[in-house]
Design a protein around this ligand. Structure first.
Ligand code: GDP
Ligand code: MG
Length: 319
């Protein structure tokens, strides 16, 4: 099954809200008019497209006045075009290839630091991503720098064992930066291609958390100059506007390069992906589409937009 079909199957809630919603607005061969456009705006808005909903409908209204919008097919095509334009600034995910070390010392590991609030899906996404990379032939090591709760490292360890990925951990309450140092150290010594660092998403205060993330970043940089090579933020796709606010908070504190939107299978508000990338100007690299290890998909604008916008022909919603 190709990416589009997999997304179509997993993102049924958002697709049903947007795509089936458009069908029902046009039901009975309804003519295009302002009332219809207003309904369309509301539909897009409730799918968490945020301010973009208004922009899109303004554009549709212009096209309609120029006589370029005849019916449902034209509306879908115009929406598709505009949504893809909005995702045009997406840059592809890095290839997870570390830089050449100095003086012919060989290739260094690519270090990815993963941040995000508690429960957003960091550990699960890291497990999926490390498996994905491992299956692509890379030697992966994960560092359990969420030492705030012992369960966090246990969870990562179970996933790592299952997919044969290496893990570096310490006890609950250990210094996360020390774990990060150890993980990078071990990754270099063992000739790993990729090191992924999991972090805590909650501390006693927000300030503590941000300070700790900065410290982890500094220590990693000290152990391996140039690292971390990427910092990704994991956001809970079911969180809507809240996810947007979190994205702003984190990007103010640490230099984030890209985003994973998790849990898109569980929401009808998948339009949040657009709102998030627009709000923080960062690319989405992967989306989480379920709770199993396979449920992580690369974010490709074309496949994503088609999956939430394409019309269903008499197909019952899969659950
Ligand atoms: N349905 C669904 N659940 C997810 C997804 N990603 C994570 N979860 C669930 O969200 C919860 C929190 O995930 P976790 O990785 O522990 O979050 P963390 O605190 O950020 O590390 C767990 O119950 C996961 O199974 C996803 O893509 N889809
Ligand atoms: Mg976790």
């Amino acid at each position: 099954m190709g990416l589009f079909d997999r997304l179509k199957k997993r993102l049924t809630r958002t697709r049903s809200a947007i795509s089936d919603g458009i069908s029902s607005i046009f039901r009975g061969g309804r003519e295009m008019d302002q009332a219809l456009l207003d309904e369309l705006e509301e539909l897009l808005y409730t799918s968490d497209l945020g301010p973009l909903a208004t922009d899109l409908v303004d554009e549709l209204t212009r096209l309609h006045k120029r006589g370029e919008l005849k019916g449902e097919g034209d509306v879908r095509a115009a929406l598709r075009g505009r949504l893809l334009e909005r995702l045009g600034q997406q840059v592809p995910a890095p290839d997870f290839v570390g830089p050449e070390g100095p003086d012919g010392s060989g290739r260094q590991p690519f270090v990815l630091l993963v941040v995000g609030v508690n429960g957003s899906g960091k550990t699960t996404s890291i497990a999926k991503l490390s498996r994905h990379l491992q299956q692509a032939g890379k030697k992966v090591l994960v560092g359990a720098c969420d030492t705030f709760r012992a369960a966090a490292a246990d969870q990562l360890e179970i996933w790592a064992e299952r997919s044969g990925v290496e893990i570096v951990r310490q006890g609950e309450g250990a210094d996360p930066a020390a774990v990060a140092w150890d993980a990078v150290d071990a990754g270099i010594a063992r000739g790993c291609d990729v090191i992924i660092l999991d972090t805590a998403g909650r501390l006693h205060t927000q300030k503590n958390l941000m300070e700790e993330l900065k410290k982890v970043q500094r220590v990693v940089q000290k152990r391996l100059p140039g690292a971390p090579h990427a910092v990704w933020l994991v956001l809970d796709g079911t969180n809507g506007q809240n996810a947007v606010n979190q994205a702003k908070l984190f990007t103010e504190a640490v230099e984030v390069d890209g985003i994973i939107v998790a849990k898109l299978d569980g929401t009808a508000r998948g339009g949040a992906v657009f709102t998030i990338t627009e709000a923080v100007g960062l690319p989405v690299h992967f989306v989480g589409t379920g709770e199993t290890m396979e449920d992580l998909e690369p974010f490709e604008p074309g496949a994503f937009v088609d999956a939430i916008l394409s019309a269903t022909v008499g197909q019952a919603e899969a659950s």
